[in-house]
Ligand binder design. Structure first.
Ligand code: 2PG
Ligand code: MG
Length: 472
């Protein structure tokens, strides 16, 4: 790759001639949409669409056939038809590099707030394949094209400022380089899975590690693999199941309560010869919406616990006190705004509090959360909102408020690796792909290795800088 990146003039590059779409299978063996965008010049791009298991109620709609005679109703032939018969006509003749215009047309064609008529899976397949086709038409790497699109996304007119003293993120220093340059993302990696991703043995969904002390992306990856292997040994020695893995490749051990995985992972970090906290810190995706009923959090593991929102915050704080835990996702449920506010007041100066089900990558909900001073970080998932442009807008809004974005895959993935280019191009700083095994995950980790090599000094690495000590 040309390190100097000659930026071809943004002019008419090519026009879309034809769309191809098909039903393929994702990493859980469930149908998903794949789209090809073909241009008149012969340039083309292909993309496939991920799918969640712990989907938030406010996400864009994923269209499934509902025909019980095929894939238990999970087929996506109707979404494929929507691409071929409704979206293709509105895309034809359009320059694929005009992403905003293309995505506007896709949304207008669907015509519903949550993309429920044609399906966000249909729209996203087209949106992402068009980005790939545009890169091909210009003869530039995808990461370069995405970087250009990212720079073209305007900052929102009003958002609480990053430096505002009452910003919930103000206790954790906001890294000013986020979103401003190409960055290799710090991976947040699943080690142990529970919840909807691993047979509900445990209540929480992900116990993760963040290799904050690594000096580069490739060193971070080396450490992650080592900790994962050592964790396998720790589990085997304790007679815990170390061969079954969850949907994202994390171990799914049968342990007695939700705290034990924290201890096991700390031990694995030490066995890897690394320092818990300094080299490798811990993260959680509590995914608490899935055990929140009637205003109460129902934890089933161990002796079982029924907690109020305040009780939930207390439990999480006790873990922050005792473990090198620096990131907590969905510590409260997606409609528990009061709980979120309390959790934020209590912990936002100490840890990253990520909203996933809470925000669903939706600029409207992110704005509401910022105004209500909930969380200090936003999980960014393409298929929660359904087009590339809206995803980039959600990212802009996140950064403009001084919140940190974490670009994320879904539990159902394909071998598509666009997410890696997206994370680097937007300078999001962090990425969450799942665990370090299974090729739908490795497709992205390995693409990041290539990007690191190809981009060299052009792509920065923040590592621990993302989580520096609270400012006094
Ligand atoms: C999450 C994601 C990815 P899912 O909750 O953060 O781990 O899971 O894709 O099932 O929503
Ligand atoms: Mg989540």
């Amino acid at each position: 790759m040309n390190r100097g990146w000659t930026d071809p003039a943004v002019s008419q590059t090519d026009t879309i001639q034809q769309l191809v779409a098909r039903e393929i299978l994702d990493s859980r063996g469930r149908p998903t949409v794949e789209v090809e965008v073909h241009c008149h010049s012969g340039a083309w791009g292909r993309a496939s669409v991920p799918s969640g298991a712990s989907t938030g109620q406010f996400e864009a709609h994923e269209r499934r056939d509902g025909d019980p005679s095929r894939h238990d109703g999970l087929g996506v032939r109707r979404a494929v038809d929507a691409v071929l018969h409704e979206l293709a006509p509105v895309c034809r003749g359009l320059d694929p590099s005009h992403q905003e215009e293309l995505d506007d047309r896709l949304r207008a064609c669907d015509g519903t707030p949550h993309k429920s008529r044609l399906g966000a899976n249909a729209l996203l397949g087209v949106s992402l394949a068009a980005a790939r086709a545009a890169a091909a038409a210009q003869g530039i790497p995808l990461v370069q094209h995405l970087f250009r699109l990212w720079r073209g996304i305007a900052a929102p007119e009003s958002a609480p400022s990053a430096t505002s003293p009452d910003s919930p993120g103000s206790g954790l220093r906001f890294e000013p380089r986020l979103g401003r340059q190409l960055l290799m993302p710090l991976p947040m990696v699943n080690m142990i899975s529970g919840g909807l991703h691993a047979g509900r043995n445990l209540d929480l969904q992900d116990w993760l590690i963040l290799p904050v002390g690594a000096g580069s992306y490739h060193q971070a990856l080396d450490w992650i693999v080592l900790v994962y292997r050592r964790l396998g040994t720790v589990l085997t020695e304790r007679g815990l199941e170390a061969s079954l893995v969850g949907d994202e490749g994390g171990y799914g051990p049968r342990v007695a309560d939700n705290e034990i995985p924290l201890k096991l992972i700390v031990e694995a970090i030490e066995r890897a010869g690394l320092r818990p906290g300094d080299d490798v810190a811990l993260g959680l995706d509590v995914a608490s919406t899935h055990f929140f009923r009637d205003g109460t959090y129902h934890l089933a593991a161990g002796k079982g616990q029924t907690l109020s929102s305040a009780g939930m915050a207390e439990l999480l704080e006790s873990w922050v006190d005792r473990y090198p835990l620096i990131s907590i996702e969905d510590g409260c449920a997606d409609d528990d705004w009061a709980g979120w506010r309390h959790l934020t007041q209590r912990l936002a100066t100490r840890v990253q509090l990520i909203g996933d089900d809470l925000f669903v990558t939706n600029p409207g909900r992110i704005r509401e959360g910022i105004q209500r001073q909930c969380a200090n970080s936003v999980l960014i998932k393409l298929n929660q909102i359904g087009t590339l442009t809206e995803t980039l807008q959600a990212l802009r809004l996140t950064l403009a408020a001084g919140y940190r974005p974490v670009v994320s895959a879904r539990s159902g993935e394909t071998e598509d690796d666009l997410l890696a280019d997206l994370a680097v191009a937007t300078g999001a700083g962090q990425i969450k792909i799942g665990s370090i095994v299974r090729s739908e995950r490795l497709a992205k980790y390995n693409q990041l290795l290539r990007l690191e090599e190809q981009l060299g000094d052009r792509a920065g690495w923040l590592g621990r800088g993302l989580f520096s000590a609270p400012t006094p």
